[in-house]
Design a protein. Structure first.
Length: 371
């Protein structure tokens, strides 16, 4: 193969695909990116870790069509360090790839394209489109709650399922790590009815979110019970789904919490952040003492001392004290866009419901801590 490509175009394409490639691989070809120069004047880039695969197509002047695989991170670093605006010539023959740009010349070892594994998608019967902005909102408002505990692998992703809410056809996305739950509800797109319930893995969610920043308009979503594909125009992301059953999270969403606190999320978050300065890894708990229209936040750390701050808010119910993990609470408050957040409380041991209002698409549940 032989092709010439603008450095910026190559770098952008490689930046998308190389992040899928794992740094440590026992299978050498999985460290490589597949480069395929086509007669139509395009260079196809492809990378996989056997669970997630990305395809990207970029413009190139192709002299000789062909395909080869080369070390992904090395090629990306070379492209990153080449001079801005330079034209990069890529040519492969006899087990080597030569990269020439200006006065710089590199020769890298290659592996044949026939050894490169490709995820077989199979049939993807469910197909629909989602605006890129909606997909961003779904990811941003839920992914912080994805569990990182490998033993509970079925919580290591975002759960997507179609549902009906009082006659409204909706698509729901949920994530939980057992301590907090985040759920977003959006209008169900045409074609999503009857879709299987799926769990999209954390790595796929992260790669998708990076790609979405460069997408205007809609993203095509195709899925089966075991695979999902996102069509983002120039890039296509295909992933295996998590093979497991997501718990019935609706059972932990409280419906009878009658003590309601209305508060400005940013001043609340800043107050929590300030008092938790003295908290240690062991004592992440922040205590909230609720009185009429007055909330006192405090942290006690045996090693460092104590901190307290009063924050104003609307609260008319009976006063009591409750503790939360400060980082979990700040993660949730950071997702609230409006000027007021509603905190629905029951008692010091019951799950707490947090949302902007009853019309908001996002809803959060936080388990209290003993303080």
């Amino acid at each position: 193969m032989k092709a010439t490509i603008e450095r910026a175009t190559l770098l952008k394409g490689l930046s998308h695909v190389q992040s899928v490639v794992e740094r440590r691989n026992t299978i050498p070809i999985l460290s490589n990116v597949l480069l395929e120069a086509t007669a139509e004047g395009a260079l196809r880039l492809m990378a996989t870790d056997l669970d997630l695969q990305i395809n990207e197509q970029i413009k190139a002047d192709v002299e000789q069509p062909g395909a080869i695989t080369v070390a992904a991170h090395t090629l990306f670093e070379i492209a990153r360090k080449l001079q801005d605006g330079s034209q990069v010539s890529l040519s492969a023959a006899e087990g080597r790839m030569t990269i020439v740009a200006g006065r710089a010349r590199f020769s890298l070892s290659t592996l044949p394209r026939d050894d490169f594994p490709i995820i077989a998608e199979g049939e993807l019967p469910t197909r629909f489109e989602l605006p890129a902005e909606t997909l961003k909102q779904i990811i941003d408002k839920t992914r912080f709650a994805i569990s990182t505990e490998e033993t509970r692998y079925y919580l290591n992703g975002i759960f997507l399922h179609a549902s009906d809410d009082n006659g409204r056809a909706v698509l729901k996305a949920a994530a939980t790590d057992g301590h907090r739950l985040a759920r977003v509800t959006v209008d169900r797109p045409e074609g999503a009815e009857g879709m299987p319930d799926v769990i999209v893995p954390r790595k796929c969610v992260g790669e998708l979110r990076k790609l979405l920043d460069e997408v205007d308009g809609s993203v095509g979503v195709s899925l089966s019970g075991s695979k999902i594909r996102f069509d983002l125009g120039q890039a296509i992301l295909t992933s295996k789904l998590i093979d497991g059953t997501f718990p019935d999270y609706s059972r932990v969403i409280p419906t009878g919490n009658d003590k309601i606190l209305k508060i400005d999320p940013s001043s609340f978050m800043q107050g929590v952040d300030r008092v938790s300065t003295i908290a240690t890894e062991k004592t992440r708990a922040v205590k909230m003492a609720l009185d009429r229209d007055k909330i006192t936040l405090s942290v006690t750390s045996p090693e460092n001392g104590t901190a307290a701050e009063e924050v104003p808010g609307e609260y008319a119910a009976q006063g009591f004290e409750i503790g939360f993990n400060s980082r979990y609470l700040m993660d949730i408050l950071g997702q609230i866009d409006g000027d007021i957040v509603e905190v629905h409380l029951a008692d010091a041991a019951a799950p707490t419901l947090i949302r902007e209002n009853d019309k908001a698409s996002a809803l959060y549940v936080l388990m209290p801590m003993r303080v």
